[in-house]
Design a protein around this ligand. Structure first.
Ligand code: G16
Length: 547
C-alpha cells in the first residue's frame, strides 16, 4: 500500500545519508548543532520529521540550515512550527530519537512517531527550507530536501535567507497571507513601509541622524540587508561592513563576538559617537555600540534594547489611553541593573526563563504585549490578538483626539515593523532606529538610561557538560555536588555580585557568567567560578587562566 511504498523510498534514500555508527547528538538550545561533517544524516532525518510535523499540523513547516553564531566549520538545523515558533518539546524528543537511531533502526523510530501521533500519511505535507552562507549549507540542505521528498512531502527552497525571514515565510503561508506575503520581496516591503511610515513624519530628522554602521558578521544578514536598502529609500544611511566579500563568518566580528568580548568588531571603520550594530551569522541577533570621544567602548545589548523598546511602547500606550499589560522577559544573563531599572523605575512586570528563544517566546505570549530579549541580542515583541485589535480600532476611530490617534498610528506601524515570529536583526534594527528617531534620542541618551554592572562571560571545557544540571531558570546548579555551595561562597567575597553556570546548548562548553560592582571584581569572580567548574565538573585540558 501507499505507506509501504513510502517506507521503501525512505529506506533506500536514507542509505545515501548514513549515520556514523554510535554517534549520539543532543537537541540543543536551538536544534542540532555540531561540526558540519557529522550532520548529513541528521538533515535527511529532519526532512522526514518536518514532513511528519506538516502532515500532523496540516500546515507548512520550516527548516533552516544554519549554525548561527558558531564558527564556519559547524552547521545545524532549526525547525519552525506553523506560526513561526520553534517546535514543541515532544517533537524535540522525536527529533532526538530520529537523529540518533542507527541505520537499521530508523524505520522503526519513524513508524513509532507516526503511531504515537496518529499521523494520517495520506495527508499532504509542505516544508519551507532556507540556508545560511556556510560552505556546508548547500549540500546539507539537499540532504534535508531528500528527506522531505522521500516521504512524499512537497518543498519550497528559499535558498539563502536569514533565519527570521524563513520563520516569517512560514507564518505568512499558514495565515493565508494575513501576516504578510510569503516572499522575500513581501518581507522587505512590509518592514520598509512600516519603517518609513514611522520615521517620515519625524520633524527635523537630519541626514546625520540617519547614519548607521552595520557589521554583517560576514553572513547572510549582510547579503539580505544590501538587498533591502533600496526599499528603505532615504530613511537610513547605512554603511555595511563585514559584508561577506572577503572576511570569514563570525570571525572577530558579529553580535556574539562583540557581546562576549565587550569590544568592537574587526573590520568596521568606527567614528567616535556614531551608532554601530552587529548581526550574528543567521541575523537573528543584534547588539548596538559606540565609542565615546575618549575612545571608550559602550555596548548596548539585548537588555538595553528591551528597555528602550518597552519604554517607547509604555509611553505610546499611555498617550493612546490603552490599558494593555506589558511585560519584559529576560534570562539569567540579564544585567542586574536592567532588571532593577525595569522593575523598580519603569514598573513593568519582569519574568526570567531558561536560555533559548523558545522559552522566552512562550513566556511573552502570556501578556498583552510581551517584550522578550536575551542579553545576547536575541529577541522581539509579541502582541496578543486583543492588543492588536484594540490598537487597530483606535487607529481607525474618527472621533479619537489627535494625540490618541497619533499614538495609535505609531503603535500600528510598530506592530507591522516587528517580526513577531522570532528575534530578527533586520526588524529589530529598524525598530530601534525608528524609536530613536521618534523619541529624538541619540545612542548616548539611550545608553544613559541605566549603567550596566560590570560583567564577564567565560567558557570552560569539561569531559561531559551534562554533568551540570541547573534549576531556577538556570540561576542555580543542582549537580555536580558542591558546585552551587562553592559558587555561593565565591559570590559572597564580592560586592553586588551574582554568578551562575550552565551547559551551553550550542557549543561543547560550560558557560560561566559573573557580575559585580567593578570590572576587576567581575573578572576575578568569573575566573574563580571557572576554576570551581573545572575542578568539580570534570574539566579537561589546561586549568582556566585569569584573563
Ligand atoms: C541560540 C539560541 C539562543 C541562545 C544561544 C546560545 O542562538 O537561539 O536563544 O541564547 O543559542 O545558547 P547556549 O548558551 O545554550 O549555547 P543562535 O543565535 O546561536 O541560534
Amino acid at each position: 500500500n501507499y505507506t509501504m511504498a513510502q517506507f521503501k523510498e525512505v529506506s533506500q534514500k536514507s542509505a545515501l545519508h548514513p549515520k556514523p555508527v554510535g554517534l549520539v547528538l543532543q537537541y540543543g538550545t536551538a536544534g542540532f548543532r555540531t561540526n558540519a561533517t557529522q550532520l548529513d544524516h541528521v538533515m535527511f532525518r529532519m526532512g522526514l520529521l518536518a514532513t511528519l510535523r506538516s502532515k500532523k499540523t496540516k500546515a507548512t513547516i520550516g527548516v533552516m540550515v544554519t549554525a548561527s553564531h558558531n564558527p564556519e566549520e559547524d552547521n545545524g538545523v532549526k525547525l519552525v512550527d506553523p506560526m513561526g515558533e520553534m517546535v514543541t518539546p515532544t517533537w524535540e524528543g522525536y527529533a532526538t530519537e530520529l537523529a540518533n537511531a542507527e541505520q537499521d533502526g530508523l524505520l522503526a523510530v519513524l513508524k513509532d512517531v507516526i503511531e504515537r501521533e496518529a499521523i494520517n500519511m495520506a495527508q499532504e505535507a509542505y516544508v519551507f527550507v532556507g540556508k545560511d552562507t556556510r560552505r556546508s549549507s548547500e549540500i546539507l540542505s539537499k540532504a534535508l530536501l531528500d528527506g522531505v521528498h522521500s516521504l512524499g512531502g512537497q518543498s519550497k527552497d528559499y535558498g539563502l535567507v536569514t533565519t527570521p525571514q524563513l520563520h516569517y515565510m512560514v507564518c505568512c503561508q499558514n495565515t493565508q497571507g494575513r501576516y504578510g506575503e510569503a516572499t522575500i520581496k513581501g518581507y522587505y516591503q512590509k518592514l520598509s513601509n512600516a519603517f518609513l511610515q514611522l520615521t517620515n513624519n519625524v520633524p527635523n530628522r537630519t541626514d546625520d541622524q540617519k547614519v548607521l554602521l552595520v557589521d554583517g558578521a560576514n553572513g547572510i544578514g549582510a547579503l539580505k540587508l544590501s538587498e533591502m536598502v533600496t526599499y528603505l529609500k532615504n530613511g537610513l544611511q547605512l554603511s555595511l561592513f563585514n559584508d561577506c566579500s572577503s572576511g570569514k563568518l563570525n570571525h572577530l566580528c558579529g553580535a556574539d563576538y562583540v557581546k562576549v568580548q565587550q569590544r568592537a568588531p574587526k573590520g568596521v571603520d568606527m567614528v567616535a559617537g556614531e551608532r554601530c550594530c552587529s548581526y550574528d551569522g543567521d541575523a537573528d541577533r543584534i547588539v548596538y555600540y559606540y565609542t565615546d570621544s575618549a575612545g571608550r567602548f559602550h555596548l548596548l545589548d539585548g537588555d538595553k534594547i528591551a528597555t528602550l523598546i518597552s519604554t517607547y511602547l509604555k509611553e505610546l500606550l499611555i498617550q493612546a489611553g490603552l490599558d494593555l499589560q506589558i511585560a519584559v522577559v529576560q534570562t539569567a544573563y540579564a544585567n542586574g541593573s536592567s532588571t532593577h531599572y525595569l522593575e523598580d523605575v519603569m514598573k513593568v512586570i519582569v519574568r526570567c526563563t531558561k536560555t533559548g528563544v523558545k522559552h522566552l517566546h512562550h513566556a511573552a505570549q502570556e501578556f498583552d504585549i510581551g517584550v522578550y530579549f536575551e542579553a545576547n541580542g536575541h529577541g522581539t515583541v509579541l502582541f496578543s490578538k486583543t492588543a492588536e485589535e484594540k490598537i487597530e480600532q483606535l487607529a481607525q476611530h474618527s472621533n479619537t483626539n489627535d494625540e490618541k490617534k497619533r499614538a495609535a498610528h505609531l503603535l500600528q506601524n510598530t506592530v507591522n515593523l516587528i517580526n513577531q515570529t522570532v528575534g530578527d536583526a533586520i526588524s529589530d534594527m529598524l525598530l530601534i532606529e525608528a524609536v530613536l528617531a521618534v523619541k529624538g534620542m541619540t545612542v548616548q541618551h539611550w545608553d544613559a538610561i541605566y549603567t550596566d554592572l560590570p560583567n564577564r562571560q567565560l567558557k570552560v571545557k569539561v569531559a561531559d557538560r551534562r554533568a551540570i544540571d541547573t534549576t531556577d531558570a538556570e540561576r542555580r546548579t543542582v549537580s555536580p555536588a558542591g558546585l552551587q555551595e562553592a559558587i555561593d561562597l565565591l559570590v559572597k567575597k564580592h560586592r553586588q555580585a551574582r554568578s551562575f553556570v550552565r551547559p551551553s546548548g550550542t557549543e561543547d562548553v560550560v558557560r560561566v557568567y559573573a557580575e559585580a560592582d567593578t570590572q576587576e571584581s567581575a573578572d576575578d569572580l568569573a575566573h574563580e567560578v571557572s576554576l570551581a567548574v573545572y575542578r568539580l565538573a570534570g574539566g579537561v585540558g589546561e586549568e582556566p587562566k585569569h584573563l
